[in-house]
Design a protein around this ligand. Structure first.
Ligand code: SF4
Length: 589
């Protein structure tokens, strides 16, 4: 067995626990040895060689900061990389396959970005020896080639050393790009355009309108598309995309995935980390699953054909490796039961018009019933938030009628952090909804943490709970799946649906993850128009009618996977795609 002792530094709080409670209770320390000691940065430091794995310290730490993990040696020969003492360990990396788009799927904090950074040459692995000095370039390649001897990765790194493989890499955190890149979007893209495709790629990614803008002025979704364009335009043999669809709406996700797919030929390969399972399934030919334990260690599975890989991921079991990495299987019903019995109206509207600067919004007529779960689909910047603010009487429409004033609780798309602790922000949820919100969203360990110190995924879960803990007639959740990994998205969709059903309230859920919307909604509203110019509110429609409208606009058809029941995009021009388009059934029934 290999024993790992992990201390989650952000959680370890020796002042809060009364001066290293773990060290005081550790039986090895009590024998006079130094198994747990204070580190120079005032956090607990656990000496793995002395740890007997008794399991006392992880249970006794009031901040859930310690993990002691025993791993079978065959899984963990020599690490590829370890960040430091008592820190995350990566045990393997994926392999780029020429002629294929290979996806990587796994929960947040399992080492996906670390693994692709090693392949991209952005991170030089230390093979577990985090104290050693970094070797020079020559010695680095000698070591990495020796480490991967006998595997496909050996050939890959030999070719990188010989300069035969050129890598283009899109990092995860596109919001950091303006720190290093300066100037107009057009000039930045021209500098990397080794293929002379700037015009067509800008068209495909809908960037033409912002080419003259300074990079410091563009939004998150625009930055993502600029970063994808900059990667696609390079003349590389391996393209790596770390979460290419964050911030993008569905139309942009489909366009980006088409472009990424088109990069592959017999001399090139694409690797992509993706949490939107419908897009991952659509974009990739093969899939690696990364498993292990969040913030502790990560292992890359053997590569699998995409359909089997995604189904294995949902099942939580890797047959070839004989590894169960999740206790439960994630299942989809054909559809959650649709509430046909809803009769009582919550609110209705008639011929609404609103102008905000250059943007104008129109909503003909519609109603929300008590108990409605309505998914909202549409491009970014098309008036979804404006419409809800009108319903909530936060802003007044210029024309038209709203039947009555209702109480709305709203989770915005961009969440503001604050200096309050999570416990303070979620006081009602901790008091009243522990089992419905706090426990299933795994919020308890951050109770004492400041909201401003949370990661994107943590902040999103807190924001969902904060919105739901308030008393309201209508809950509006704007992009609740953003920053969540695929597993957290499925958990969040269930939590939201169960909570609102239980309360008998109504909800509008705006999201760009088709699987999320498909699971959570009974009816659909569609926003059409031109972003930042005009928006039209259509619906609510019955799910099938709304999806048929929306998917037709996108030019895609959906089917259900026979084994897992999850939605899948049909291959363009496949028999099913043609048949469904001819019969007007873009959405499976
Ligand atoms: Fe205290 Fe937990 Fe840190 Fe140990 S790991 S010092 S028990 S906060």
């Amino acid at each position: 067995m290999t024993r790992l002792a992990i201390v989650i530094k952000e959680r370890c709080n020796p002042i809060g626990c009364g001066n290293y409670l773990c060290a005081r209770m550790c039986p090895v320390n009590r024998e006079g040895k130094d198994c747990i000691i204070p580190s120079p940065n005032h956090k607990a430091l656990i000496v793995e060689k002395l740890c007997t794995g008794c399991g006392i310290c992880p249970n006794i730490c009031p901040f859930d900061a310690i993990r002691i993990i025993n791993l079978p040696e065959e899984l963990t020969k020599q690490p590829v990389h370890r960040y430091g003492e008592n820190e995350f360990v990566l045990y393997s990396i994926p392999t780029p396959l020429f002629g294929n788009v290979t996806g990587i799927v796994g929960v947040n904090g399992i080492g996906k970005s670390t693994a692709v950074k090693v392949l991209a040459g952005v991170l030089h692995p230390n093979f577990g020896d985090f104290k050693a000095e970094l070797p020079d370039e020559k010695e680095y390649y000698n070591r990495i080639i020796r480490y991967f001897k006998g595997t496909q990765a050996q050939g890959f790194f030999e070719n990188v050393r010989k300069g035969k493989v050129k890598i283009a890499y899109k990092p995860q955190q596109v919001e950091l790009i303006p720190r290093n890149a300066k100037g107009k979007v057009m000039d930045l893209l021209k500098n990397v355009d080794e293929k002379g495709l700037l015009d067509s790629v800008s068209d495909e990614l809908q960037l033409s309108q912002i080419l003259d803008n300074d990079i410091s002025e563009v939004s998150g979704g625009e930055l993502q598309r600029v970063a994808i364009a900059a990667t696609v335009l390079k003349g590389a043999s391996i393209y790596i995309f770390d979460e290419p669809t964050s911030y993008l709406d569905i139309k942009q996700r489909i366009n980006a995935s088409r472009l990424i797919k088109s990069l592959v030929n017999e001399k090139s390969s694409v690797l992509a980390i993706e949490h939107d399972l419908v897009i991952l399934d659509h974009m990739t030919d093969m899939v690696h699953i990364m498993y292990g334990r969040e913030a502790c260690y990560g292992i890359v599975s053997a590569v699998k054909p995409t359909r089997n890989g995604v189904n294995s991921y949902l099942s939580g079991y890797l047959r070839e490796e004989n590894v169960r990495f999740r206790e439960s299987t994630i299942k989809f019903n054909e559809r959650p039961p649709v509430k046909l019995h809803l009769k009582e109206q919550l609110v209705s509207w008639d011929n609404i018009e609103k102008k905000l600067g250059k943007f104008s919004l129109k909503a003909s007529s519609g109603e929300i019933k008590k108990g409605d779960m309505i998914g909202v689909l549409g491009e970014n910047g098309i008036g979804k938030t404006t419409f809800v603010k009108i319903l909530a009487n936060v802003i007044k429409q210029d024309k038209g009628d709203i039947s009555k004033k209702i109480k709305v609780s709203y989770k915005p798309q961009y969440i503001e952090s604050s200096d309050r602790t999570v416990g303070e922000a979620l006081k009602t949820a901790f008091e009243k909804y522990e089992n419905q919100l706090i426990n299933p969203l795994f919020i308890r360990p951050w109770a004492l943490k400041k909201v401003s110190e949370l990661s994107g995924g943590e902040l999103q879960r807190v924001a969902i709970a904060e919105c739901l803990q308030k008393e309201a007639d209508l809950y509006l959740l704007d992009e609740p799946s953003a920053y969540l990994d695929s597993e957290q998205r499925l958990v969040a969709s269930k939590v939201i649906r169960d909570f609102i059903d239980h309360k008998g309230a109504s909800a509008l859920i705006v999201d760009h993850d088709l699987l999320f919307i498909d699971y959570i909604s009974d009816r659909l509203m569609i926003f059409t128009g031109k972003p930042a110019i005009n928006g039209n509110v259509e619906g609510p429609f019955a799910m099938e009618e709304g999806m048929n409208k929306f998917l037709k606009e996108l030019g895609i058809t959906l089917r259900r996977d026979k084994e897992s029941n999850r939605p899948r995009i049909n291959k363009p021009d496949s028999r099913l795609d043609r048949e469904q388009k001819e019969s007007g059934k873009y959405y499976y029934v």
